[in-house]
Design a protein around this ligand. Structure first.
Ligand code: FE2
Length: 167
């Protein structure tokens, strides 16, 4: 009998992926339970939005604001980005979950959605509608609507999802 010599490697790689997912879920759960919102960074990020977009931004919950600020900080500091990409990604980071200002998930819903892979359907659509009413550019509206779906050939959305999924 010929044993596949690479099975221990595959087992280790699989275990590593599993533990990585568990660690990610635990980090998410921690940020839902104890959101860290730096008021100075929040004011800086908020000031980047057109004035009319700030009211729904303010209605986001603490854990959504904390998530947005983690994205904002990472995108602002990423040396690999061009300035044009950075600007577009920051706007998308600040607006992608604005639909949650309407759905206002309860604490329990947040915890359950963090721990279980439940699809996010309502808030991308509601956020996109809200932004369209606020006069946002069509490309931004489309990306907000699709931010939990496969990016297809939208390079910027694919780039954004790498931050969104890890922070
Ligand atoms: Fe989202």
């Amino acid at each position: 009998m010929v044993m596949d010599s690479s099975w221990p490697d595959r087992l280790v790689a699989g275990l590593r992926r599993f533990l990585g997912r568990v660690a990610y879920r635990l980090r998410q759960a921690r940020s839902v339970l104890w959101p860290q919102v730096d008021p100075v960074l929040l004011a800086e990020a908020r000031s980047r939005l057109p004035p009319r977009w700030r009211a729904p931004f303010d209605r986001l919950g603490g854990s959504e604001k904390a998530h947005v600020l983690r994205l904002y900080r990472a995108i602002a500091a990423d040396p690999a980005l061009s300035e044009a990409d950075r600007e577009a990604l920051i706007t998308l980071a600040l607006t992608h979950d604005l639909g949650k200002a309407i759905t206002r998930p309860t604490f329990l819903e947040r915890v359950v959605k963090t721990l279980l892979p439940i699809p996010n359907r309502a808030h991308p659509i509601l956020g996109a509608r809200l932004l369209r009413r606020l006069g946002a550019p069509p490309a931004l509206v489309r990306r907000v609507a699709r931010h939990h779906r496969a990016p297809g050939n939208d390079r910027l959305l694919a780039l954004f999802q790498r931050y969104d999924d890890s922070l």
